[in-house]
Design a protein around this ligand. Structure first.
Ligand code: NAD
Length: 314
């Protein structure tokens, strides 16, 4: 199949595009390199460097490529930037996505896979684990903009028959992740400890997140090529993990003794989230395979290797 993947110079979608290529599909990539890097784009993918806000470019690329499936990961994904610049956040995440969806419909794509957020969508849930039908109450512009696209997909399916699969991710972590994203703490703690900087924890370390390892997210994107039509799925681990636990795991894996510096919580950060992932198990046959222990080992190992390579001047 021919699949157009947006945002595939970035963390998650570069792994997804690699998996599509490995599975024998033809993958085409769009990314503006605002955050991603060209070296992350699989050399077997045709690469279009452009901004999803550029309507004419979307039209041109989709007319030339005519993908059967669109996998949309490109986004402004810095929650804090969204708080500072809500208009920019909406321009990329809502209007940019709408350009991609409209071009997909206009040029005959059959299916649209959308990387949504669970961590920033449900707001501060009153009960956990949180199922997909829990009320959406985002407390940040990023949560609003990411969720709005789900409504367009529902409506475009109704109007034009574009099948969609929405994957609402928990906090995705793994090799190549950025320290800016929703699951940044693995990267932040690793990079800071390796640089000899005392890591900062916002709050008292008790904030709870649902971490899902990158290869499990990739597996969900592979399954979504064929299953889960017109459905929304939480893609997480269903396991509650505190900031302090991540800190301790990273510290133990690096063999450090440093203590965290605790500072005030930042606005826009929820207290606790953990996802009910039973719908994905039931309808997609998807379950996370990588434990936090194994995922942390692989992720911290990656940052160790990266730091060693930098130190060696490679
Ligand atoms: N990382 C997480 O934990 C997490 C959780 C929930 C949802 N998501 C979603 O998954 C997707 C990928 O996240 P990621 O962590 O890989 O982030 P990332 O920043 O590594 O990847 C996003 C990519 O989109 C590109 N991009 C940004 N603006 C663009 C634009 N206007 N035009 C074209 N390309 C543009 C960036 O250059 C980058 O390569 C995002 O949609 C994000 O909202 C991520």
């Amino acid at each position: 199949m021919k699949i157009l993947v947006t945002g595939a110079a970035g963390f998650i979608a570069s792994h997804v595009a690699n998996a599509y290529v490995q599975a024998g599909h033809e993958a085409v990539v769009i990314d503006d390199l605002s955050r991603g890097a060209k070296r992350n784009v699989n050399f077997k993918c045709r690469f279009h460097e452009c901004d999803i806000r550029d309507r004419e470019a979307m039209e041109r690329i989709f007319r030339a490529e005519k993908p059967e499936i669109v996998n949309h990961h490109a986004a402004q994904m810095d929650v804090r930037r969204g708080v500072r610049e809500p208009l920019f956040d909406a321009q990329v995440n809502i209007l940019g996505s709408l350009n991609v969806i409209e071009a997909a419909v206009a040029h005959g794509a059959k299916r649209f896979i959308y990387a949504a957020t669970a961590g920033a969508g449900y707001g501060e849930p009153k009960r956990m684990p949180v199922p997909e039908d829990y009320p959406i109450n985002p407390i940040t512009p990023y949560g609003i903009s990411k969720h709005t696209v789900e409504h367009y997909l529902f409506t475009f399916q109704f109007l034009y028959g574009l099948e969609y699969v929405v994957l609402r991710y928990g906090n995705v972590y793994g090799p190549g992740q950025s320290s800016q994203g929703e699951a940044g703490v693995f990267a932040i703690f690793s990079e800071q400890m390796l640089a000899g900087v005392q890591p900062v924890i916002y709050g008292d370390g008790s904030k709870v997140r649902d971490y899902v390892y990158i290869s499990d997210v990739v597996a969900a994107n592979l399954i979504a090529l064929e299953r889960g039509s017109n459905e929304i799925f939480n893609i997480g681990s269903g396991v509650e993990t505190t900031d302090l636990e991540v800190f301790q795991r990273v510290r133990d894996l690096l063999g450090k003794t440093v203590e965290p510096m605790y500072v005030a919580r930042r606005p826009g950060e929820i207290d606790k989230i953990c996802l009910d992932i039973s719908k994905a198990a039931r309808l997609l046959g998807w379950k996370p395979q990588v434990s936090l222990t194994e995922g942390a080992r692989r992720t911290v190992g990656y940052f160790q290797q990266t730091a060693a390579a930098v130190a060696a001047g490679n």
